[in-house]
Design a protein around this ligand. Structure first.
Ligand SMILES: Cc1cc2nc3c(=O)[nH]c(=O)nc-3n(C[C@H](O)[C@H](O)[C@H](O)COP(=O)(O)OP(=O)(O)OC[C@H]3O[C@@H](n4cnc5c(N)ncnc54)[C@H](O)[C@@H]3O)c2cc1C
Length: 461
C-alpha cells in the first residue's frame, strides 16, 4: 500500500536558517539553500497528491558545483538527497523526508551547438523546443506534456509517439554531466564511464543527479498533418498499430481507448511531418478504419496539443486531485488479452472523471539503452491507465490497490512497469523489474552512491 500521508511538519521559525540542524555549517554556494515554509511545502508533494514528505531543506542551485558541494555535505552527515524537476511524478519519487531536495528548476540554461542541444537538468522540454525551432531543429522525441524537466524525463525514460523512428528520449542523449552520490561532478557518455551513463539514463536518480545533458537534434518540420483513425476493437487497433509502426508510414503514432456513453472507442493519432506534401489518400489507404479525420497544425502546436486540456483540467479541479497512475509495457503476444480483460473488469468509478487510457506501440528494437526495461519481444505496447480520484469515483487508496493487482497481471503476461506511476513495490519486485540489468544497476549504485543517499522515494534499494 501507499504509505499514509505524513503531515507536513511546520518549520520552526527559530530554525529558519538551518541553525542547529544538519545544515548549520553549509559552505558558500552560488545559489540558495532554502528553509522557508513555502519552499519546503512545495517540495513536499507531487502531481500524484497522495504522498507527502517534507524535506529539511531545498537547494536552488546556482551551478552544478552547488549540487556537488551539497551532495558531499549531505553524504558526510548521512542526509538523503533527491533531485526534483517539475514534481510531476505521482508517488513521492522526488521527495526526501527530513533530507535535501535539489530543485533543478534554477539550472535552466540552453545552448544549441551545431546539431545538438546542451541543456541543464532543470530545462523544460517546452523551453528547449522553443529555442531549437527558430534554427529549424527539434529534439526527435517528446512526451505528451511539454512542461516536464529534461532531467526528470531522462530519469524515467521519456516515451512518445516518435518511438518507432527514434526510440525513447534517453536513446537520443549523447553525453551527461552528473553529480554522483559521492558528490563528484563528472561527465559520462557511451565511451566515458559507460556504466554510469547506462545507469543514469532511465535510472530513476539512483546513481546520480543529472545537471546537464547533450541531446541530439534533427530537422524540424514546420507543420504536420494529423490523422485520427477509429477502430472497432482493441484487437483491430493493436493490429493496425503494429502494421503502421513496422512500416514507418507516419512520423508519429499513438493510440487511446476512451469510454463514451456508447461504450469504448479505440483510436490512433498518426502524424505526417510534411504537411504540405501529405497526400491523404496515400497515407490512409488500406488502413481499415471506421472513421478518419485529418487536420493540419503548426509543429509546436501539435507537440503542445494537450495544453488546452490541461487548462481545462486545472479550471475544473481535476488537475489538483490525486492521480494514481498506472503505466505498463505489454508484449505484443499478450496485449489484446490483458487490455480486453482489464477494460472489461473496470467499474464506473475505477478510472475517475478525466481518465486517459493510452495504448500505443513501441518497437523495442529502437530502444537501445538498458532502461527503461522493455518486454522481451520486438514489439510491445504502452498501456497506461491515467486515473484521477475524482469526486464519486474510487478513492486514491482503492485505485492504488487496483494498480498493484494490475502490476501482477502485467508481470505474469511478460510485461514491465514504466515506473512513473503509483504502484507499491517491494525490493523483490524491483529486482524482478530490472531483470537481467539488475546486477549492473546494483553495481553502479554501490560504486557511485556507496552510502545510498540518493532518491529514497523510489524505495528501490
Ligand atoms: C501530464 C503528464 C504527462 C506525461 N506524459 C508522459 C509521456 O508522454 N511520456 C513519458 O515518458 N512520461 C510522461 N509523463 C511522466 C513524466 O515523464 C515523469 O513523471 C517525469 O519523471 C516527470 O518529470 P519531472 O520533471 O516532473 O520530474 P520529477 O517528478 O520532479 O522527478 C521524477 C523522478 O526523477 C528524479 N529526478 C528529477 N530530476 C532529476 C535529475 N535532474 N537528475 C536525476 N534525477 C532526477 C526525481 O528524484 C524523481 O525520482 C507525464 C507526466 C505528466 C504529469
Amino acid at each position: 500500500m501507499t504509505p499514509p500521508p505524513v503531515p507536513t511538519p511546520q518549520p520552526d521559525p527559530a530554525d529558519a536558517s538551518g541553525a542547529g540542524g544538519p545544515f548549520d555549517a553549509v559552505p558558500a554556494l552560488d545559489g540558495e539553500l532554502c528553509f522557508d515554509g513555502a519552499t519546503l511545502e512545495a517540495a513536499s508533494g507531487d502531481f500524484g497528491r497522495m504522498v507527502r514528505r517534507s524535506p529539511a531543506a531545498v537547494l536552488k542551485p546556482g551551478s552544478a558545483d552547488d549540487v556537488a558541494t551539497m551532495v558531499r555535505y549531505c553524504r558526510e552527515r548521512g542526509v538523503k538527497v533527491a533531485g526534483r524537476g517539475q514534481g510531476h511524478s505521482t508517488n513521492g519519487q522526488a521527495q526526501v523526508p527530513a533530507g535535501l531536495v535539489v530543485d533543478l528548476g534554477s539550472l535552466d540554461a540552453v545552448e544549441i551547438r551545431d546539431n545538438t542541444a546542451v541543456v541543464q537538468g532543470g530545462v523544460l522540454w517546452s523551453t528547449l523546443v522553443r529555442a531549437t525551432l527558430p534554427l529549424g531543429l527539434t529534439p526527435p522525441v517528446f512526451t505528451d506534456y511539454l512542461e516536464l524537466s529534461v532531467g526528470g524525463t531522462l530519469s524515467a525514460g521519456g516515451l512518445g509517439g516518435q518511438i518507432g523512428h527514434h526510440g525513447t528520449q534517453v536513446d537520443n542523449v549523447l553525453e551527461l554531466e552528473v553529480v554522483t552520490g559521492e558528490g563528484e561532478l563528472t561527465t559520462c557518455s557511451p565511451t566515458e564511464r559507460p556504466d554510469l551513463f547506462r545507469a543514469a539514463l532511465g535510472g530513476l536518480g539512483q546513481c546520480a543527479i543529472i545537471t546537464r545533458a547533450t541531446l541530439a537534434l534533427v530537422p524540424a518540420p514546420r507543420s504536420v498533418r494529423l490523422y485520427t483513425l477509429t477502430y472497432p476493437s482493441v484487437a483491430a487497433l493493436t493490429a493496425r498499430e503494429a502494421e503502421l509502426i513496422r512500416e514507418g508510414r507516419f512520423d508519429y503514432l499513438v493510440g487511446q481507448v476512451m469510454l463514451t456513453p456508447d461504450g469504448w472507442i479505440h483510436f490512433i493519432e498518426a502524424a505526417s511531418y510534411d504537411a504540405t506534401a501529405a497526400d491523404d489518400a496515400r497515407l490512409t489507404d488500406g488502413l481499415g478504419y471506421t472513421s478518419v479525420e485529418a487536420q493540419e497544425m503548426e509543429y509546436f502546436d501539435f507537440l503542445d496539443r494537450i495544453a488546452p486540456l490541461v487548462d481545462m483540467l486545472r479550471s475544473n479541479g481535476e488537475w489538483q486531485r490525486p492521480h494514481p497512475w498506472y503505466d505498463s509495457l505489454l508484449p505484443a503476444s499478450t496485449v489484446n488479452e490483458v487490455v480486453t480483460e482489464t477494460l472489461a473488469g473496470l467499474k464506473s468509478g475505477s478510472l475517475g472523471a478525466s481518465a486517459v487510457v493510452l495504448l500505443y506501440p513501441v518497437l523495442t528494437t529502437k530502444c537501445r539503452t538498458p532502461l527503461p526495461v522493455m518486454p522481451d519481444e520486438e514489439l510491445a505496447y504502452l498501456f497506461s491507465l491515467l486515473k484521477t480520484a475524482s469526486p464519486g469515483a474510487d478513492s486514491a487508496e482503492e485505485m492504488v490497490a487496483a494498480n498493484r493487482a494490475q502490476y501482477d497481471t502485467t508481470v505474469e503476461a511478460g510485461g514491465t512497469w514504466y515506473p512513473i506511476g503509483s504502484v507499491p513495490l517491494t525490493t523483490d519486485d524491483w529486482v524482478r523489474h530490472f531483470g537481467a540489468f539488475w546486477p549492473e544497476f546494483r553495481a553502479a549504485r554501490h560504486r557511485y552512491d556507496p552510502d545510498g543517499i540518493l532518491t529514497p522515494g523510489q524505495r528501490i534499494f
